[in-house]
Design a protein around this ligand. Sequence first.
Ligand SMILES: NC(=O)c1ccc[n+]([C@@H]2O[C@H](COP(=O)([O-])OP(=O)(O)OC[C@H]3O[C@@H](n4cnc5c(N)ncnc54)[C@H](OP(=O)(O)O)[C@@H]3O)[C@@H](O)[C@H]2O)c1
Length: 290
Amino acid sequence: MAIVAVVGATGRQGSATVRHLLAAGWDVRALTRRPRSVAARTLVALGAEAVQVDLDDVVSLRTAFDGAIGVFNVQNPMTSSVEAEIRHGRNVAAAAADVGVGHVVYGAAGVGDTETGVPSWDSKLAVARAFRERGLALTVLQPMAFMELMTDTGFYPSVAVWSVMPRLAGSSRPIGWLSLDDLGAIAAHVFTAPDHWADTELGLVADVRTIDECRSLWADAFGRRPRGIPMPTWMFERFVGADLPTMWRWLRDNEFEMSVETTRSILPDALTVPEWLAGVSRGGPDPLPR
Ligand SMILES: NC(=O)c1ccc[n+]([C@@H]2O[C@H](COP(=O)([O-])OP(=O)(O)OC[C@H]3O[C@@H](n4cnc5c(N)ncnc54)[C@H](OP(=O)(O)O)[C@@H]3O)[C@@H](O)[C@H]2O)c1
C-alpha cells in the first residue's frame, strides 16, 4: 500500500491520524525527534515505521517524505512558538515540494481564511500559504476546540476550560467541538480521495455546545461537576502566554460560521459532546503515553 508520512505523529492530532491510517491499510511513517520514546514505540507496535526528523532540518524531512504520496502536517505553537510553528510549517512545505508529495493534509485550527489577530490562528494561514505557494495539493482541516480540552491534563482543564475560557469567551458562547479521534478518522478519510479534497478547507465541528452545557453534560457523565480553579488572566498569561486569552476574547466579540455539516458528511457517527464524555467516563480513549 502507499505511504503517508505523519508529522507530529506522537502528538494528539498526529497519533490519532496514524491510528486511523494504519487501520485503513496505509503504510505509515511516524515522524518524531525521538523514535525510541514510549509514544513512538507505541506507534511502531501498531505497525508504523518511526522515522527520526527535526522540523528545523529540511534534509531530514526530505528523506522522511521521499516516496510518500501523502503528508499529514501539524505543529504546536504552544510548545514552541508561533514563529517556530511558521518556520517548521514552511520547512515541511519545502521538503514535500522537493520530493513531489502528491497531497498534504494540514491539521490546522481557526475559523476561516481571514486573519483574526489570534496569533495561533493567523500562523496557520501563513503555513497554508507556504504549501500553496509551493504548488502542493492541500486540504486544510480546521477544528475549533478539541473535546479533550475538558479532560487532557496537558490542557489544564480546571484552570482553562472550566475557568478562564468561560470568563473571557462567555459561558453561554457556542463553541464548535470535535474529538481528536474523529479528527484522525477524517484526516485518514481525506487521504483516500486527494482529487476530491485537494484545495479545500474543512471547518470541523461535530457538536456545538456552550461551556455551561458542557459543564452540565460533564456532571451527567461523571456524577459530579467539573472542578474549576479560578485564576486571574494575567497569571494565566504568565503560564501559557497571551494567545489563548486573545482567542477566547475574539470568540466573545465576533460572529463566525459554525456547522456540523462537513464533519457529518464525512463521518456521520462523529461523537457529540455527551457521547464523547460518556465514553471517557467509562474509561475511554486516553492520549498516548508520553
Ligand atoms: N487544543 C485545541 O482544542 C485545538 C483545536 C484546534 C487546533 N489545535 C491545534 O493543534 C495543534 C497542536 O497539535 P497537537 O495537540 O497534536 O500537538 P502535540 O500533541 O504537541 O504534538 C506535536 C508533535 O510534534 C512533534 N514535534 C515538536 N517539535 C518538533 C520538531 N522540532 N521536530 C519534529 N517533531 C517535532 C512532537 O513529537 P516528538 O516529541 O515525538 O518529536 C509532538 O508529539 C496546534 O497548532 C493547535 O493550534 C488545537
